[in-house]
Design a protein around this ligand. Structure first.
Ligand SMILES: NC(=O)c1ccc[n+]([C@@H]2O[C@H](COP(=O)([O-])OP(=O)(O)OC[C@H]3O[C@@H](n4cnc5c(N)ncnc54)[C@H](OP(=O)(O)O)[C@@H]3O)[C@@H](O)[C@H]2O)c1
Length: 345
């Protein structure tokens, strides 16, 4: 089978299509013929050698796929060959074929294309966990940073379903589309002071909940932009990919700009800070499985609609990474080993 390997630490050109033996499922696993694989920011960090949870290189990365079941191990109960499925994969997603444990696989609702299904696992589960841990309630104000990214759009749908008011930060060209998808207030964080804007749009009170995947000094600002009893969900360090230093030097320069939330400060400001890393939830498969079922139920009922921005073939994988890194995406970017699907939006 073909797969896209990150051959070494470096730029997008480090991605290359290689041949590998077809993987065989064990007793509780199934093999899936991949029709679409999600591209995530973590894959870019892995390529740049900035992702501590990534596999040693060379490696095939990829946390999520959708496709068709090829073969089931003899203890697999819920699936059979031919079923249309989506799956969380612990790497190897950028492949024509993956082998996955049964408890990481879910049936695709009939009203979703397999491309849309591949956009669900990482983005929606992360957004769901952020909302759950943040205890978002009806009438509260949520600030979503990187609102036009995959997680941002997923968080927007889930927050709207909960009846929250949403403020999003994103590059200006994404605003119109965000407002069309129901965002209440869009802020261009590149040209405006977004903390001032949040204060302005909350009558000087601040936000109830903020989702921050940027890291560095933005985490300081997000903490300041919370009102008392507010919560801050940290889930990424996109700042790490800015050009400049590399490797450990880069890591330390970003670390230096991060805040310290001491227990006394948290107590005296009446604020909560929590972290989300879906890539470290493998020991909580039951909980994650319940979240996945709730999300897929939302897709069935029509209030969850994953937005696919662009799809690239395996041979164009470098382009897909460049597209994300150059901030050209609005929503999900996919790799499609069989070519661009006709069911893309
Ligand atoms: N902890 C977890 O479990 C988890 C899971 C998924 C994702 N994440 C993290 O969440 C973040 C967003 O992921 P995603 O998949 O939603 O995003 P995405 O779709 O890959 O979004 C890319 C967008 O991020 C924004 N951005 C902000 N800073 C950037 C930078 N330094 N370089 C490039 N783009 C930057 C840009 O939008 P604007 O130009 O509009 O700012 C860009 O278009 C990433 O940091 C990722 O690692 C964490």
């Amino acid at each position: 089978m073909k797969a896209v390997a990150i051959t070494k630490t470096g730029g997008p050109e480090a991605l290359q299509v290689r041949e590998y033996p077809d993987p065989q499922p064990g007793p509780r696993e199934l093999s899936v013929k991949v029709t679409a694989a999600g591209v995530n920011f973590a894959d870019i960090l892995a390529r740049k050698g900035l992702y501590p949870d990534g596999p040693p290189l060379p490696a095939v990365v990829g946390y999520e796929v959708a496709g068709e079941v090829l073969e089931c191990g003899k203890e697999v109960r819920r699936f059979r060959a031919g079923d249309k499925v989506l799956a969380l994969t612990r790497f190897q997603g950028y492949s024509e074929m993956v082998v996955v444990p049964e408890d990481q696989v879910f049936h695709i609702p009939e009203n979703l294309s397999s491309s849309q299904a591949a956009a669900i696992p990482v983005n929606y589960l992360t957004a769901w966990q952020l909302v759950e841990m943040g205890g978002l309630k009806k009438g509260e104000t949520l600030v979503i940073h990187n609102a036009g990214g995959g997680v941002g759009l997923a968080a927007l749908e889930i927050a709207r379903k909960r009846g929250a008011r949403t403020i999003g930060t994103a590059s200006a060209w994404k605003h119109e589309r965000l407002l069309e998808r129901g965002l209440d207030v869009a802020i261009d964080y590149r040209t405006e002071d977004w903390v001032d804007q949040v204060q302005h749009h909350t009558d000087g009170k601040g936000a109830d909940l903020i989702f921050d995947p940027l890291g560095g000094s933005n985490w300081k600002k997000s903490f300041l932009a919370l009102r008392p009893a507010g919560r801050l969900g940290l889930f990424g360090v996109s700042e790490m990919t800015r050009s400049g230093l590399y490797g450990p030097l880069k890591f330390f320069s970003v670390l230096q700009r991060m805040p310290f939330y001491t227990p006394i400060r948290l107590m005296n400001t009446n604020k909560g800070v929590y972290g989300v890393n879906l890539g470290r939830m493998w020991t909580e498969k039951k909980k994650v499985g319940q979240w996945a079922k709730a999300i897929l139920n939302g897709a069935k009922r029509g209030w969850i609609h994953p937005y696919i921005d662009a799809a690239f073939t395996f041979e164009q994988a470098s382009e897909a990474h460049r597209y994300l890194e150059e901030r050209k995406n609005f929503g999900k970017v996919l790799l499609v080993p069989g070519g661009i699907e006709s069911d893309l939006e």
